[in-house]
Each structure stands twice: as C-alpha cells, then as structure tokens.
Design a protein around this ligand. Sequence first.
Ligand code: SF4
Length: 179
Amino acid sequence: MVSSIVKKSNTETPDGVTIIGSNVAATQTALSLAQMGIKVNVISDKTSLGRDNIAGNESDSSSATDRLTWSLLLQAANHPLITLHTSTEVEAIEGEKGNFKIKAIKYPRFVREDLCSNCGRCSRDCSASITSLLNGQKIVHSAIHTPVLNSKSIPSAYVIDKNGVSPCQIACPLGINEP
Ligand code: SF4
C-alpha cells in the first residue's frame, strides 16, 4: 500500500514535526515535542517503537533501564499529539526548511493494529513456520507473530509474514486478520 504523508511546518510557530526513526532517542524527541504541544508524526520502517533495537528477550524487561524505556515508549504511543507510522519507508523528501513534503510507503502488517489484543491465539493455531535470525541465532516461529520476536513491543499488534493464505486468519476470534 502506498501513501503520502505530507507535513508542513512554520519555523516560527511549528504546527507539525515529522521524525524519521523510532529508536529510543527519536521516541524521546517525539514525546518532548508533543509535551510542548506540537503535533508529531513518527515514521519508522520498524514494526514497533524503540525495542526493535533491543535484543528480543523477555528477561530484559526486569532491568531498571528497560523499565524506563518501556515507560517512555508507552507515553509516546499513547500521546494524543503523536501519530505513529510503523512499517513505513520514506521514499522521498522535497521542499525546504520549514516546509517539507514527505512521500512514504506503508507496508501492511495484515492485522488491524487498532483492534489486536495481543492474545496470541492466532499464533498457537498457525501451522505455517518461518525461520528467522534473532541475536545471531536461527529460530523457527509461526508466520503470525509479535512485532519483535520473543519480546513485548509497542504497538503490540501481531504481524503476518505473508506467503499465501494463512490458517490464523480463520483462527482469530475477532476476524481482524486482514487479507
Ligand atoms: S490477531 Fe487476533 S488472535 Fe492474533 S493476537 Fe491479535 S486479537 Fe489475538
């Protein structure tokens, strides 16, 4: 799916800012701007904020640093002035300081991001297996999976690595696995 994300801003009284990237620094910047009352678009080619850059391991969430990071990501994702564009690649940027136009490609995750409850039922019923690299190790997982393998993430909506029609589409009780 191709979409255009167009933001204009005025250098004196900015009505909107676009941040490209979703690591912790980018997310903190987005949150700081939003807390100043500025609308922010965050564009990222990742499926989720921040933790894409952290090794996928649930035990990470016990560290103080990770708890702070998690809190930051939650605040940013839930801030009414921040709009997330995950799985989105910037194709072109045109314009000049204070007035840029950004063209981006949005890749579907095939699951409704606004409705997925992260219950995991679909992945348990998924019969399609995929091999991926995680921290240098090959792991086998279902074709529908959490955005960051073996870890929590924000947004938490599941993602389908699609290759034909998947059984999890039928298994989802909410019927929100999109074709
Ligand atoms: S896609 Fe459906 S079954 Fe899978 S985690 Fe989301 S709500 Fe649960």
